[in-house]
Design a protein around this ligand. Structure first.
Ligand code: ATP
Ligand code: RIB
Length: 294
């Protein structure tokens, strides 16, 4: 089977657990800081690899120790890192995460992720896009790069899954070129403000797949709206649930599953992932997913 290619961000997540956010002008103490490997691109690639998929990632880190940590983690998870660059000027991207009541608020500092320009992609790419079964994109690299890759993949006939997170209101302009657009409910509302959720999925059957957190996923199968429920678990940290879902969904589509089957398997992987801390901490292997009983 051909490999999957993820082009996207790779970062270090600095997670602080607190009871609440500080008020304006207030200083608060947190118990501890934890460092995890994250970034939406890296998370999605690791999700695929843990589930047994063959995957490469193209992106950039700095020449700092965080960069070493990110690359080592990708390698440990069997993600192909041949196309990961090291910037001599920009620092490795970081995400500053406040974990409050098992939910999160995130501020990202893109750093080297912002150096993933179309020119950078041309230089780093060692194989044509057409040698991959699917290309996966998110919005933590420059938007001109997203557009460049979408155009190239369309020319080369490569399926594209675009997870428009964080939201880019212009993502809807690319619908003619995409195989799947996978926003969460909030992003879907920002991209298609003219429509309700039901109207939006109805406009793009079998293409617009919207994640609804603990409620599951909604899409239109061409005949009717389908809601595939999430699995019930005790959530500890939902950071990266969307990334686990996207990686797993893409892999199951490439493996030949129907959209509904792929969503169900991806929901299961994402539910398992939220039971542990860190975006990648709870991502299951194929065996762990098979053993899971909700
Ligand atoms: P994030 O930005 O935190 O990575 P997201 O907002 O992109 O996530 P969500 O819609 O919150 O994505 O979640 C993606 C999928 O993860 C859901 O469709 C569901 O399958 C699973 N999921 C998320 N939260 C829970 C939960 N509390 N319990 C079970 N499954 C969950
Ligand atoms: O989707 C979760 C990811 O978003 C985190 O790992 C963090 O890096 C943020 O960018």
């Amino acid at each position: 089977m051909k490999k999957i290619l993820v082009v996207g961000s790779m970062s270090v997540d600095l997670t602080i657990e607190t009871q609440r956010m500080p008020e304006q002008g207030e200083t608060m103490k947190a118990e501890f800081l934890e460092l995890f490997c994250g970034g939406k691109g890296a998370n999605q690639a690791v999700s695929i690899a843990r589930l047994g998929g063959a995957v490469d990632i193209l992106g950039c880190v700095g020449s700092d120790t965080y960069g070493e940590m990110v690359i080592e983690n990708l390698r440990k998870n069997r993600v192909g890192t041949e196309m990961v660059g090291r910037s001599s000027s920009a620092l490795t991207g970081t995400a500053h995460i406040f974990l409050i009541n098992h939910d999160n608020r995130i501020v990202i500092v893109p750093g080297a992720n912002d150096t993933v320009t179309p020119e950078f992609v041309e230089v780093q790419l060692t194989r044509p896009f057409s040698s991959y079964s699917m290309v996966i994109l998110q919005n933590e690299i420059p938007s001109e790069t997203i557009r460049f890759i979408v155009k190239r993949c369309q020319e080369e006939g490569v399926p594209i899954l675009y997870n428009p997170a964080p939201a880019d209101v212009a993502a809807g302009d690319l619908m003619n070129e995409l195989t799947f657009l996978t926003p969460n409910e909030h992003e879907c509302g920002q991209i298609f403000p003219q429509w309700t959720l039901a109207e939006a999925v109805g406009k793009y059957p079998n293409q617009l797949v919207v994640t609804l957190g603990s409620k599951g996923v909604i899409f239109h199968d061409g005949q009717t709206i389908r809601c595939i429920p999430a699995y019930k678990v005790k959530a500890v940290d939902t950071t990266g649930a969307g990334d686990t879902f996207n990686g797993a969904f893409a892999l199951e589509i490439v493996r030949g599953k129907s959209i509904a089957e792929a969503i169900q398997l991806a929901n299961k992987a994402a539910a398992i992932s939220v039971t542990k801390k860190g975006a990648q901490g709870g991502m299951p292997t194929e065996y762990e997913r098979q053993q899971f009983n909700s």
